[in-house]
Design a protein around this ligand. Structure first.
Ligand SMILES: [Zn+2]
Length: 332
């Protein structure tokens, strides 16, 4: 018996017709080049779109694993995207999907290269992502180059704007950091969807059906290319809802046996959403102040909104660790 292939003969006929249709269409001056980060976690996520004379980077990450002092020391070149593919004599733009370091930390090297080649780069993103990206550039002592070498332009999570003659539509996605977006790029008559990190869990969160409907609508629009590179995308199953985690922490804070104990929590430092929810529970349910320790944890804690912590008198809850919850990021 013949081995069952991935495609049935009907699929192959359909695929053949679709390819023939695409080939008949006018060729356009467009290149899509992955510069790093594909199929891995916590690395240099970055795609280069070249259309005519313009270059647009979709995200600009850098490998962050085991780099606690990302603002100090020498970073190996291969931790960055492959910037050799960029022509610094031509207009350059960056669109950032969200504020995780593996999507924005590559800006440090990019800005340094732009300064070296006397090139200007305009960086587009949503409010929180720009705030974090500016902080990254500040701790790397590049903030004085703002306006001279780089500029930021803010857009809303659900909005339409133009970058280098390309129509861009941003759409909100649910991720562990607020202000995350996916993008639809319309280049001449081609539509490209860029959908990087997002979470899709079976939760009671009202954002899930909203996201689902949005994806469906975008899918109905004759998309030519889908760039999707999400952790766990090829695994079956569902992630646990955040509410399950927060429920467990509520029980820990309510447990009288823990009343005299300090509580240490380790997690990804950039998981601002979950950290914020647990911190609020620590305050309201546990009557505990919240503290942060570890370089990257302190970096992201600036975006966690907390009331005056002095009013809580029980033993503290302390969020510790480095960028990705690695051990030994703070002195014990
Ligand atoms: Zn992410």
């Amino acid at each position: 018996m013949a081995k069952q292939g991935l495609f049935t003969s009907r699929d192959k006929t359909r695929l053949g017709k679709a390819v023939a249709k695409l080939e008949k269409r006018n060729k356009i001056d467009l290149k899509i080049i992955p510069l790093g980060g594909q199929s891995a976690i916590g690395v240099q996520n970055c795609w280069l779109i070249i259309h005519k004379n313009f270059q647009v980077l979709l995200d600009c990450g850098r490998k962050i694993a085991n780099l606690r002092n990302y603002d100090k020391g020498v970073i190996p070149d291969h931790f960055n995207p492959d910037y050799s593919k960029i022509d610094f004599s031509k207009p350059l733009y960056v669109i950032l999907s969200h504020g995780h370091l593996d999507h924005i930390l590559g800006l440090v090297k990019l800005v340094q290269l732009c300064e070296e080649y006397k090139c200007h780069v305009t960086i587009y993103s949503t409010g929180l992502t720009i705030k974090i990206a500016k902080r990254v550039l500040r701790v790397n002592k590049l903030h004085e180059l703002e306006a001279l070498v780089y500029d930021f332009i803010e857009f809303d999570t659900n909005s339409c704007f133009q970058v280098a003659g390309i129509e861009i539509e941003s759409f909100e996605v649910f991720h562990s950091i607020p202000d995350s977006v996916g993008l639809v790029l319309t280049i001449e008559d081609r539509k490209i969807v860029y959908l990087t990190d997002f979470k899709y869990c079976r939760d009671s969160d009202p954002q899930i059906p909203k996201t689902s409907r949005r994806f469906q609508k975008i899918g109905e629009r004759n998309i030519d290319t889908l760039i999707v590179d999400v952790t766990g995308i090829i695994k079956n199953g569902w992630v646990n809802p955040v509410s399950l985690v927060t429920h467990q922490f509520r029980e820990i804070f309510e447990d009288k046996n823990n009343a005299e104990k300090r509580i240490f929590i380790t997690t990804f430092a950039s998981d601002i959403q979950t950290i914020g929810e647990i911190a609020e529970l620590a305050n309201m349910v546990g009557g505990r102040p919240v503290e942060f320790d570890g370089t990257t944890m302190e970096f992201f804690a600036q975006d966690v909104e907390l009331e005056n912590q002095d009013q809580y008198t029980n033993p503290p809850v302390i969020f510790v660790t480095g960028s990705q919850g690695e051990k030994g990021s703070i002195p014990t």
